[in-house]
Design a protein around this ligand. Structure first.
Ligand code: HEC
Length: 162
């Protein structure tokens, strides 16, 4: 709402200035009437600016909201499973968290990876890394060349992100 106020105030001021200067130039009108009219125009201008800013705000709202910050989520406990621990090392050493967040909680740059195991099978995840999607490319996700061991561990780790 602050944004729409910021937008509407200057628009209203400009509208009032334009209309009043036009009215001053209009000849043969009583000052009282002019003042009254000015009041009415100012109100109209404010209403118009308000409507416009609502429209602008409305447009803003239609764009997808940024991913919810999930910083409040507790950091995942150190994994007990050695394969998962190995996978976490792969995750951390390849800066996955730079885009996907610490523990894969997601950032505005890339979606959360928590729950990814429910979305993709291990085979599908492996295929994703070997054949990144257009969205992954567009978002600058590197084409990683994992060894089979790294891949297995990484997928076990991703699977463990609930
Ligand atoms: C430079 C930023 C960046 C880095 C670094 C990065 N990613 Fe991504 N990742 C993305 C983007 C962008 C997408 C595509 C998001 C979409 O489909 O909307 C993506 C998609 C994914 C997906 C598919 C998610 C889904 O729900 O479809 C997985 C899995 C994934 N990344 C894992 C990783 C792993 C593991 C690493 C580290 C080895 C990594 N990413 C590093 C940006 C990054």
């Amino acid at each position: 709402m602050t944004a729409s106020l910021l937008v509407s105030a200057p628009i209203a001021a400009i509208l009032v200035a334009v209309v009043t200067s036009w009215m001053r130039r209009a000849p043969g009108r009583a000052v009282r009437r002019l003042l009254l009219l000015n009041g009415a125009t100012a109100a109209l201008a404010l209403a118009a600016a308000g409507a416009l800013s609502l429209l602008i705000a409305g447009c803003g709202e239609s764009s997808p909201p940024p991913p919810k910050p999930q910083a409040a989520a507790p950091a995942p406990a150190a994994p007990a499973n050695p394969l998962i621990a190995q996978g976490k090392k792969v995750f951390d050493s390849h800066a996955c968290s730079a885009c996907h967040g610490e523990g894969g909680v997601g950032t505005p740059m890339a979606p959360q990876l928590t729950g990814i195991g429910g979305k993709f099978t291990p085979q599908q995840l492996q295929d994703l890394f070997q054949h990144p999607t257009a969205k992954m490319d567009a978002g600058g996700m590197p084409h990683f060349q994992f060894t089979p061991e790294e891949m297995k561990a990484l997928i076990a780790y991703l699977d463990s992100l609930k």
